[in-house]
Ligand binder design. Structure first.
Ligand SMILES: [Zn+2]
Ligand SMILES: [Zn+2]
Length: 242
């Protein structure tokens, strides 16, 4: 009798929680962007990036300059100026490809080796995502399905991926074929996929984003959600083209 009642109560509680969860608005965050002057190859001013991301319907962005960190106070000032979610990140050029890292605050010599980067990220309780994993891995000419499969297997042996919580399944500057390769790689490796515009210019903004199930308002919450896998890659290019 008591057991039966407890089950009923637990059942109702679960249904209520499920209903609340269902109505929470998902958040769209661009996990991968570049601005000048900190990224030498970007044409985007930070204020322009924020304004256009907002206009594109995104709820927040991560600043991920090449091998360079923003000063925390500058990130905060940018966020405040626009009342917008702006989070610090970095894109590290490692021997095993470009890696997006969340939760770090300074570049330390040695981070170009993925295992050393992973060590620093672990110490900081951060998270790593492999950027554009198709790069230098997807064959230009695919003669047969077995060649493609072999390329996927080769790519999956990248030692950096063991430290990553996800692979970038959609890169805003990647072609459809390149992103398809990344998505196949996610399947082969049974890893989750993020999306980031990799914006360097105006037209790159808003092409894709990562949709988070829960609210994210800080870098710590972003890392928690990445680690929990509560996100999915969303292609917004059809919307952005309008
Ligand atoms: Zn890159
Ligand atoms: Zn990039």
């Amino acid at each position: 009798m008591i057991d039966g009642r407890r089950r009923l109560v637990e059942g109702s509680t679960f249904r209520i929680c499920a209903a609340i969860r269902y109505y929470e608005e998902p958040m769209l965050i661009d996990l991968h962007t570049h601005t000048r002057p900190l990224s030498w190859d970007s044409y985007l001013e930070p204020d322009e990036l924020v304004e256009r991301s907002k206009a594109a319907g995104l709820d927040g962005i991560c600043l991920s300059e090449h091998d360079f960190f923003w000063k925390p106070s500058d990130v905060e000032a940018l966020a405040k100026r626009h009342s917008y979610l702006v989070l610090p990140a970095i894109e590290v050029n490692t021997d095993d490809g470009h890696i997006l890292a969340y939760g770090l605050e300074e570049y330390v010599y040695g981070m170009h080796r993925s295992h050393e980067l992973a060590h620093h990220v672990e110490q900081a309780r951060g998270a790593m995502v492999a950027a554009h994993p198709y790069r230098r891995q997807m064959p230009w000419f695919i003669d047969s399905d077995s060649d493609y499969q072999e390329a996927l297997v080769r790519a999956s042996r990248n030692p950096a991926y063991q430290y990553c919580v996800a692979l970038e399944a959609i890169n805003g500057r990647g072609t459809q074929k390149e992103n398809e390769f990344s998505q196949r790689l996610c399947e082969v490796m049974e890893m989750r996929g993020t999306a980031g515009s990799d914006a360097h210019a105006r037209l790159d903004i808003g092409r894709c984003a990562t949709e988070f199930e829960r609210d994210v308002s800080s870098i710590e919450e972003l890392i928690d959600e990445l680690k929990a896998g509560r996100f999915r890659a969303v292609d917004l290019s059809a919307v952005a083209a309008k």
